[in-house]
Design a protein around this ligand. Structure first.
Ligand code: PEP
Length: 257
């Protein structure tokens, strides 16, 4: 990961058929040649696309987009129907994984720190960079328990405190902002960044190497520029499903370092 660039991650979630995904990926690749930007783009398509995109690596050994997986299994291999391992992902040019996304925590009951730790360990062992997602619900926010909640969610990371360069990026994604059109004030995002660093370095004693801080939740081509002034990158859901919008978000990084 290049810290002089803004990380712009596209989470496609459970969207796009094979031809639609290939088309969108190619539009992003083509668009990137034309727009000035200072971004390190990462696409997180579904597993289906990851398998299908190997053709890209045959023709373009270093494409200007990195490939990410939206999930990974807790085990290295074996009898885990429906799962995909870190080792398998690594063999398919995957560089990044998402761990702890709010939708997995909510819909698949993955708000479980021991399971999240197993995934983190798999990612670490296979040298996959991890975008570790955390964020509070509206209920927690209203009851002013956001920091306590984040501290609990971040707890699996304390097990990495003997790793000098853990290859972790933090994505703060308030659940109430995902897919709703609502976003926190940028001051609030900055404050959360400071608080998360305190939790990681002072409470969980993670080594000091800089952990990039991303914001996610209703980022679009209109608000990206403002938010980017305060963060190292963005995790983008619905606006990443439209080439035009996503390219505008990438272009918003132009004068940002
Ligand atoms: C997400 O789910 O990671 C996300 C940021 O979604 P959206 O941009 O649609 O709010």
């Amino acid at each position: 990961m290049n810290l002089k660039k803004k990380i712009i991650a596209a989470n496609w979630k459970m969207n796009k058929t094979l031809p639609e995904g290939e088309k969108l990926r190619n539009q992003v690749l083509e668009g990137l040649k034309k727009i000035p930007h200072n971004a390190e783009p990462i696409l997180f398509p579904s597993f289906l696309h990851i398998g299908n995109w190997q053709n890209l690596y045959n023709t373009t050994p270093n494409p200007p987009i990195a490939l990410g997986a939206q999930n990974l299994g807790t085990e290295p291999n074996g009898a885990r129907t429906g799962e995909i391992s870190a080792h398998m992902l690594k063999s398919a040019h995957v560089e990044y994984v998402l761990i702890g996304h709010a939708e997995r925590r909510t819909f698949y009951h993955e708000d479980n720190n021991s399971l999240i730790l197993q995934k983190l360990q798999q990612a670490q062992q296979h040298n996959l960079k991890t975008i570790f997602c955390c964020g509070e619900s509206l209920e927690i926010r209203k009851s002013k328990k956001t920091l306590e909640h984040l501290q609990k969610q971040l707890e699996p990371l304390k097990n990495l405190n003997n790793i000098h360069n853990p290859n972790i990026l933090i994505a703060y994604e308030p659940v109430w902002a995902i897919g709703t059109g609502l976003i926190p004030d940028v001051k609030e995002i900055q404050n959360i960044n400071t608080q998360i660093r305190k939790i990681l370095h002072e409470i969980y004693l993670l080594p000091k190497p800089y952990l990039p801080f991303l914001y996610g939740g209703s980022v679009n081509e209109k608000n990206a520029q403002d938010i980017l002034t305060h963060v190292d990158g963005l995790l983008v859901g619905s606006s990443s499903l439209h080439a035009e919008k996503f390219l505008q978000i990438l272009a918003a990084t132009q004068h940002k370092t």
